[in-house]
Design a protein around this ligand. Structure first.
Ligand SMILES: [Zn+2]
Length: 226
């Protein structure tokens, strides 16, 4: 649908009013359009150029500006603010994997264009089903030096419990993280598996990102994944 609108100016005597985008600043809407162009241009090209991410590339190509509901500073921004460090306003709110919605919060309005590009790419990875580890890793891989700045020093993991593969790889939707050894993040390779056995998950292409051991704070269920 593109930019979400609300109605202004209507009266009960018949004036239907007119639709006004919730992202009311036309300059910001132009910047969001440029961010989508970057995410689906250089960003998508980066995903296509990375072996093993074919499924993500196909999904990401469908996430056009018209396919996403784009909102500004709505209720979800205020809700998510509660879980962030004080003084650190949320940049964009997430409605969960697979949902075609991005709400830009007030912190996003003053970002540089490059940072807005990387942020939008990050949110679109979520809309393809990516977890935080997928979104941060692929943002860093594809927008390093051109806007990617949002890999947190400490990210309290959750609420999604990630499985463990090969005894030491935390498994995201598109990537795996060798958190206890090298800190490297790899494309997730998956093979085999049927109704009797789980697929084998291994580390694929080494991505251009390394998270420190404290980047994602390990919840108790990950203790066996070393
Ligand atoms: Zn995220």
């Amino acid at each position: 649908m593109g930019f979400v609108t609300h109605n202004e100016g209507g009266t009960w005597v018949g004036d239907p009013g007119h639709a006004v985008p919730n992202c009311s600043d036309p300059a910001f809407r132009t910047r969001v359009e440029a961010a989508f162009a970057a995410a689906l241009g250089p960003g998508l090209n980066c995903i296509r150029a990375t072996p093993g991410l074919d499924e993500l590339a196909t999904l990401l190509a469908t996430k056009t500006l018209d396919a996403i509901d784009i909102d500004c500073d709505d209720d979800v921004c205020r809700q998510s603010a509660a879980s962030l460090p004080s003084g650190d306003p949320p940049l964009a709110a997430e409605r969960g994997p697979g949902l075609n919605r991005i709400a830009y919060c007030t912190g996003a309005f003053t970002l540089t264009q490059q940072a807005l590009n990387a942020l939008t790419f990050h949110e679109l990875i979520h809309s393809c089903g990516g977890y935080e580890i997928d979104a941060y890793a692929l943002e860093a891989h594809c927008f390093s030096g051109s806007g990617a700045a949002s890999v947190p020093t400490v990210f309290i993991y959750g609420p999604d419990p990630l499985p463990c593969a090969a005894g030491h790889l935390l498994v995201g939707r598109f990537v795996v993280w060798d958190h206890a050894r090298s800190g490297r993040v790899f494309v997730k390779n998956q093979s085999g598996g049927d109704w009797l056995s789980a697929p084998a998950i291994t580390a694929g292409v080494d991505l251009n990102v390394q998270f420190g051991p404290d980047t994602f704070v390990m919840p108790p269920w990950a203790a066996g994944c070393v």
